[in-house]
Structure formats: C-alpha cells, structure tokens
Design a protein around this ligand. Structure first.
Ligand code: HEM
Length: 145
C-alpha cells in the first residue's frame, strides 16, 4: 500500500487493509492533507480482482476491458472522506471492468468499488454488478477487520 496519509491513519488503513488484501484489494496513492482532522480523499486507485479464478476463466476464452495490469484490474480516481484520527471514512473508486465471453452470453460489468470503514479497523468492500442487463448495486464482496 502506498499512501501519503499521516502515520496514524496510514497504520489504521494498513490494519484494515490486511483484511482487504485477503480479498485481493490493494489501494495506492490515496492522498489527504496532512494537518486536517477530517479530509477529502482524492487521487489514488485500487487494484483488485473480485475472484482470480473468474478472471482466469473469462480472460482465457473472452475479453476483459480494460485489460488487466499485472494480472489485476485497476479502479482509478479514488474519492471520499476520512477522519484522520480514526481512519473511519469512505473511499469510492471510479472506473469499471467489463467481462465478456461465450459470444456475449457472459456479459458482466463491475463498477462503483467502495471501501467503507465503519469503525477503526473494520470495513466493508462493496461493488455494483451488471450481468446481462440485470443490476445488483452495492454487493458486499468482502468484510475487512
Ligand atoms: C455459453 C455459455 C457458457 C458456457 C459454455 C460456460 C462454460 C463454462 C465452463 C466450461 C466453466 C469451467 C471453466 C473451468 O473450470 O476452467 C465455467 C465456469 C464458470 N462460469 Fe461459465 N459458461 C457459460 C456462461 C456463463 C455465464 C453467463 C456466467 C455468469 C454470468 C458464467 C459464470 C461462470 C462462473 C462464475 C464460472 C466459475 C469461474 C471460476 O472458476 O471462478 N458462465 N463456465
């Protein structure tokens, strides 16, 4: 994890992300002003596959757009707000990843990746899924603690 957050927040996020990393999530480049008690989060990205075997399955016979970087998808443009004392806050990531295979029968898009830190060291990772026109918003994909 790369970040320019103050030490306490960085450690809080690092603890939380130990859980997130078990779900394959890596967050880099998230920036917040050093002196503020609560800060807007801006910039940065998340590198994440919601399931590696799925990525291998679709990538083997279909297409993943945008292409993987180093074997994973990158969700750019982090935004949100975070309490710098507790690391409680909410970070959303932009971008979307489209999976297509079997001549379009498999048609899945993942977007709106969101890491919500609800209390120090506890958080939930959610994402929106669209599969062949059916939308499922804010699906919980991992609990981090
Ligand atoms: C013509 C249509 C389809 C065919 C012939 C097909 C075929 C297959 C085959 C052969 C596997 C096993 C791959 C392996 O273990 O190496 C598989 C796995 C899978 N398929 Fe499909 N599939 C089709 C459509 C879909 C659709 C529409 C979805 C969901 C939107 C889907 C979701 C999955 C998932 C989640 C797995 C397991 C991937 C993993 O290992 O994580 N498939 N499919």
């Amino acid at each position: 994890m790369r970040t320019s957050l103050p030490g306490r927040v960085r450690r809080g996020l690092a603890t939380l992300l130990t859980g997130a990393l078990a779900a394959g999530l890596a967050v880099g480049g998230v920036v917040a002003p050093a002196q503020a008690a609560a800060a807007d989060v801006q910039g940065g990205s998340a590198t994440w596959n919601f399931k590696d075997s799925w990525t291998g399955y679709v990538g083997g016979s279909g297409t993943i757009t945008p292409p993987l970087e180093g074997g994973q998808s990158v969700y750019p443009s982090a935004s949100g707000a975070m309490d710098l004392q507790t690391a409680v806050g909410d970070v959303r990531f932009g971008g979307s990843v489209h999976y297509s295979a079997h001549g379009g029968v498999l048609d899945v898009t993942v977007s709106d990746l969101r890491l919500a830190v609800t209390s120090p060291g506890v958080g939930v990772l959610t994402a929106d899924f669209v599969s062949s026109g059916t939308t499922s918003d804010d699906v919980k994909v991992a609990t981090c603690r």
